[in-house]
Write a protein of this length. Structure first.
Lengths: 236, 236
DNA sequence: GCAGCTCTTTTTGTATACACATTGTATTTT
DNA sequence: AAAATACAATGTGTATACAAAAAGAGCTGC
């Protein structure tokens, strides 16, 4: 995927991130220091530093004297997510329109191309990673250091929730994701035009589409199950 | 202050946090691994792990091959802060009212007592730490894992901004801080009553008071200087 | 047969030694 | 004298060895 990283440490960091986002390492998984240290030819010291970095960003949970785990996705997580996401996403999109540097438009377009490519011929994991990257760039454009940490955490779990619920065989879903790609294009245009009002609206639309996709899966029969009664996504 | 910590590592962690919040270690300061490791009788390995934890929470910046620094407070920081704070604070307060566990009220009251004590006989640093703790508890009450990381970062810089601008000799300021304490009491009552609407309003009021205190210092003559033109607070 | 204990194994935490990068200084060169 | 370069000193990154804690296996007693 991404070219050769400048250090084995960086390689581990990138690999773990991707594994978390794509659910290759499911929430709650235990990480084996010794095994990973052999796999990446790193001693335990730098490896544990990577763990702490990732823990700080919300990818891992570190428990004293009891090793590292992939951060959990609980029932409550989903509720919290649905509450925080529209707020933060809206704010970030708006700020992206206002604050972005012109050079950054290129990065956003590159991310979008990668996303469209993943839609055509990629796996679900590739799609999720490309989509995450697209939104990550909007976060960089917004450039508000106080919003970024929450935004990043939302992106982590948004990717994981999407991976959980995405069913490529379902025709509705395929159309839905195609629509998401079109919205990305609209978002790029609105950001480039520095039209923050439109960006805020597109953020809402984009969120609603994503929300709909998740709800469609959670309540397939259309029966009206309140969010509080959702079945837990994983959890040991 | 707080009783004996269960490990030297924990002691270092707590001490550094406090030093950052009180500006005892000003933004941009370099941290000397060897010196701190002697001071806290810790080898460099666990010390650097603490650094990474603190970096993840926004207290420190880690630069490759170039040591750790206290995270910067720039010009742009203040702008970003003024934008994000009302939004996040409002959301957290509202959620605290809705989601808190009854046991947590005690913690909030304890924090508030400590705050009032600091107002009567404490230093500016004690006041800032107690105030930070009060709001930290509201964050715990809200209990939304997606909002918490941004909220925590706001609290760090709110403490530091307050420390920068607080002038105890100024009578206006003293009255202002007394008013803040009264607002805290109102917040406790509203949370306890689970009145989220009132909590949201109180969050706005509390924010406006704090904002006013900062602006009062930044533009003492009342001349209308736009925020974009503020002098940088620190920065080497 | 199962609860509780002890001893062993495995895993995590810390210290230390060494390798490597960066920075500042002195010397050389023009 | 100024610039460039080699060198020394300091400080950061990594590996490894050891200590401590948790988990697991096997034993004993009820």
């Amino acid at each position: 995927m991404s070219a050769d990283p400048k250090s084995r440490k960086e390689a581990l960091y990138v690999a773990l991130k991707a594994s978390v986002l794509t659910l290759e390492l499911p929430p709650g998984s235990d990480l084996d220091e010794t095994a990973l240290s052999e796999e990446f030819s790193l001693s335990r010291t730098p490896l544990r530093e990577v763990f702490r970095n990732l823990a700080g960003e919300g990818y891992l949970d570190l428990r004293e004297n009891r090793g590292a785990r992939i951060s959990e996705m609980s029932h409550k997580t989903l509720r919290d997510f649905f509450l925080a996401a529209p707020m933060i996403y809206g704010a970030v999109m708006r700020l992206a329109a206002i604050n972005h540097k012109t050079e950054q438009i290129g990065e956003l377009m590159a991310a979008q191309e990668r996303f469209r490519a993943a839609l055509r011929k990629g796996s679900g994991a590739e799609r999720a990673l490309a989509n995450t990257r697209f939104h990550e760039v909007t976060g960089e454009m917004a450039g508000n250091i106080y919003l970024t940490p929450s935004f990043q955490r939302l992106l982590i779990d948004h990717a994981r929730i999407s991976m959980t619920f995405y069913q490529p065989q379902n025709g509705d879903m395929a159309r839905n994701v195609g629509e998401a790609a079109d919205q990305h294009d609209a978002i790029i245009a609105a950001i480039q035009a520095r039209d923050d009002e439109r960006c805020a609206q597109l953020a809402i639309d984009h969120w609603n589409l994503s929300r709909g996709r998740i709800e469609l899966f959670v309540m397939p029969a259309g029966l009206d199950m309140p969010l509080g009664e959702l079945p837990a996504t994983q959890t040991a």
